[in-house]
Write a protein that binds this ligand. Structure first.
Ligand code: ADP
Length: 112
């Protein structure tokens, strides 16, 4: 199993949510976050040093899936979240050791 974390623009949240539902993911977690990368907030100089004063609102999607679906879902996310402008975001893929469904105690693939 893998966890796909995607940091995307807030205005792409609805489209990405719908695309992931359409791709039949079993669940997702969505958080409002702030970040910076190539796309910074604004900077000012404080005592001669450039200081980053603000970060940019983003939305973080987390989806745990079978290994075999990572490439497909990365494509779904790129298609739904891309505008082509700086700040579209990134996808990070992590290994997941275990999943446990709290309600039933199921583990592994059965719990995803
Ligand atoms: N190395 C990183 N680690 C964690 N989050 C990152 C990283 N790079 C980018 N991000 C997240 O992705 C968002 C968009 O990245 P950014 O570099 O601004 O856009 P682009 O990839 O289009 O140039 C950032 O605001 C930040 O939330």
């Amino acid at each position: 199993m893998k966890k796909i974390t995607a940091i995307v623009r807030p205005e792409r949240m609805e489209a990405l949510k719908e695309a992931l539902f359409a791709a039949h993911v079993s669940g997702m977690t969505v958080s409002q976050v702030q970040g910076c990368g190539s796309q910074h907030g604004w900077t000012e100089y404080y005592r001669g040093t450039e200081v980053l004063l603000n970060m940019v609102p983003k939305v973080k999607f987390e989806v745990v899936v079978d290994d075999a679906r990572v490439d497909e879902l990365a494509g779904v996310i790129c298609d739904a979240a891309r505008t082509g402008e700086v700040g579209d975001g990134k996808i990070f893929v992590f290994p997941v050791d275990e999943v446990i469904r709290i309600r039933t105690g199921e583990r592994g693939d059965a719990a995803v």
